[in-house]
Design a protein around this ligand. Sequence first.
Ligand SMILES: Cc1cc2nc3c(=O)[nH]c(=O)nc-3n(C[C@H](O)[C@H](O)[C@H](O)COP(=O)(O)OP(=O)(O)OC[C@H]3O[C@@H](n4cnc5c(N)ncnc54)[C@H](O)[C@@H]3O)c2cc1C
Length: 385
Amino acid sequence: MYPTLPPLAPCNNEEYRAFRETVRRFVDKEILPHVDAWDEAGEFPRELYGHAAELGLFGLGFPEEYGGTSGHLFHGLVMIEEMTRAASGGLLASLFSHTIGAPPIVAGGSAELKARVLPEILGGRKISALAVTEPSGGSDVANLRLRAERDGDYYILNGSKTFITSGMRADYITVAARTGGAGAGGVSALLVEGNSPGLTRTPLKKMGWWCSDTAQLHFDNCRVPVANRLGPENGAFPIFMLNFNQERLALAMQAYGFARVCLDEASDWASGRTAFGKRLVGHQVVRHKLVAMATRIEATRAMILDLTARLEQGESPIPQICMLKNFAAQTMQFCADSAVQILGGMGFMRGMKSERIYREVKVNMIGGGAEEVLTELAARQLGWA
Ligand SMILES: Cc1cc2nc3c(=O)[nH]c(=O)nc-3n(C[C@H](O)[C@H](O)[C@H](O)COP(=O)(O)OP(=O)(O)OC[C@H]3O[C@@H](n4cnc5c(N)ncnc54)[C@H](O)[C@@H]3O)c2cc1C
């Protein structure tokens, strides 16, 4: 096993240690014994939301008046380091889909709406999802097509969303809709309740993230009260963009955590298995592969620590977050590929953590901003385009 990395600097006091222990127990008792079966079944029990919320895992970064807790980014890192030990990105994506669905409610919802829905979501009693991507495209958010026409106190929605995490189960869906003209200035955010007439949902099958609920949503004259609008009409684009920094940081933390799992599995295997008269680690090629994995993991970890601290201090280092998200996904890809190779045929077998992580890599390189799109965003932010 790769030596346990010391806790990151701000995370090594008693409070963080206790929090880590809480998450670790939750993962050991409630997730690890079941996660393989959940992945095969294509879903996990809804009760898990309530259990995670009870431990305070859902409120990180949300206002205290609705059940949240402050000082969340390093707590988020500790939580993700522990949760990724279960080696299931799909579980994390669905269980924590409120981390992308609920921030626009906080940013743009009326006081009445926030008081009604946020405690339910943060308490794990209701599920929240974010619906931005459409069948016609997801990268070019400013050109989304789903139409919302005003009709008195309602908007009438027509169109589709796709690849939506928690799309089948969500009680509250934060939808990006076109209420105005072309481009970013015509986009509004609407909170659609899961039982709204005119909303139909279809589950989607995927390469990985099997236990995650992913759906296509169709809106056919679906009526949404104007009171459910989040932020100004035609002014929601910045609200959706705000989401991205933290989503990308969280995806980077997950990719780093999964890369570590691959290294540990490969290191254990290479230390115990024999080929050509010596342990696999006795072969220089194999042990150098392990060092190459560890090198990328250490570099990713250093970037995460730096950028988390900068975000906590109120900076918004957008180009560096884009670079980190891409770098972390590449680290995960390299480590998953290397681990499966070191595990040999066993790496191709279901039940191995590296096998699942290998199947999940591509979504980390596409979701939350495809690699090419983030590289271009970084270039623009740095004034090179
Ligand atoms: C499992 C899963 C869960 C998801 N969950 C959600 C969710 O909860 N909510 C949600 O709204 N969306 C969700 N998504 C959608 C995800 O955010 C999009 O898939 C992503 O933004 C890319 O959009 P797209 O798939 O339409 O690809 P496109 O925009 O069609 O792009 C396809 C490819 O073209 C290339 N490309 C695109 N633009 C450029 C460019 N400017 N320069 C160079 N190359 C480019 C990239 O390689 C990109 O991967 C999810 C996706 C998956 C797979």
